[in-house]
Design a protein around this ligand. Structure first.
Ligand code: FE2
Ligand code: FE2
Length: 294
């Protein structure tokens, strides 16, 4: 790559561009869903009100709810029924997933990268992080799912708004193996973690999610109270990349770092391997049922 041809967009400039781009169209619904996740007093009424503010969303939710993926015996014709049959948490997850998927449409595959691969990766990391929290920590894992789904949002921002330079970078990774973050830092002066963190701050995401997005490649940089959570995202990202759910040609970080984080979270490898297997089966089902992209 010609290192002298640096794009002239600062991080602040890029974040301003986000606000006037189509990316910002998901802000209201995504922000609403995230505050419902972090509010223990949130009710079905709040969720329905949020859905009603975004009319095309209702049709999409009903399509997903009636898909063979959920295999519900009767036809679901409105949101109230969906709530009863699918449940509050799952419905909230479907909405977040549907809204996020809007950012990953289109684009032309190049050098092992495509928006669909990046979306498949995000979904894989979300499912693994959530399942770790459910099975190993006995928690619902809603935050982990959201952080997994959104951790690489900075990548799709670069793809959409710095397209030519981003594609040039992705192509260069095949000849010059380095992490995407290192390549971004030398080309743009910032990486996708920082882009995602800036977006998450501007959109008033919960603090845990800001750190989950911002520091998924270097959890030690996160605030101490969120560090274990961010390590869980790092682990999920690493393992799904390793399992073939990556989106770009790049070397993985030193495995010793992964092992250290697994120990920090008190996870056992046999349990983690079983969870990865479960998630792989789930992802295969999702792809088989055509549920992967909206
Ligand atoms: Fe990343
Ligand atoms: Fe990732």
């Amino acid at each position: 790559m010609d290192a002298t041809k640096k794009p002239d967009v600062s991080l602040a400039g890029l974040l301003d561009l986000v606000e006037i781009s189509s990316i910002a169209s998901i802000k209201g619904t995504v922000g609403g869903i995230l505050s419902l996740i972090s509010d223990p007093a949130a009710s079905s009424f709040d969720l329905i009100r949020l859905i009603e503010l975004d009319p095309p969303l209702t049709a999409k939710i009903l399509r997903v709810a009636n898909s063979s993926y959920y295999a519900i015996a009767q036809t679901i014709s409105d949101i109230h029924q969906a709530l009863i049959w699918i449940g509050f948490d799952t419905l909230r997850e479907i909405i977040l997933t549907q809204k996020m998927s809007e950012l990953y449409r289109g684009g032309i595959p190049v050098s092992g990268y495509s928006r669909l691969q990046l979306w498949r990766h995000s979904l894989a990391v979300a499912l693994l992080a959530k399942t770790i929290y459910r099975r190993e920590f006995g928690e619902k894992g809603n935050n982990a799912y959201a952080a997994g789904l959104m951790h690489d949002i900075g990548v799709i921002v670069e793809d959409q708004l710095l397209h030519q330079d981003f594609i040039r970078l992705v192509q260069s990774l095949e000849e010059t193996p380095q992490s995407l973050s290192d390549g971004e830092a030398s080309l743009f002066g910032y990486d996708h973690g920082l882009v995602g963190k800036g977006l998450a701050e501007n959109w008033n995401f919960p603090a845990e999610l800001i750190d989950g997005i911002g520091f998924h490649h270097n959890p030690e940089g996160a605030r101490e109270e969120h560090r274990l959570f961010v390590k869980a995202i790092f682990i999920s990202d690493y393992l799904m990349f390793e399992q073939g759910y990556g989106y770009v040609a790049m070397p993985l970080p030193d495995r010793e770092i992964l092992q250290q984080y697994v120990r920090d979270l008190g996870l056992q490898w046999y349990a983690l391997r079983a969870i990865v297997e479960l998630v792989r089966e789930e992802l295969e089902k999702i792809e088989r049922k055509g549920y992967l992209i909206a």
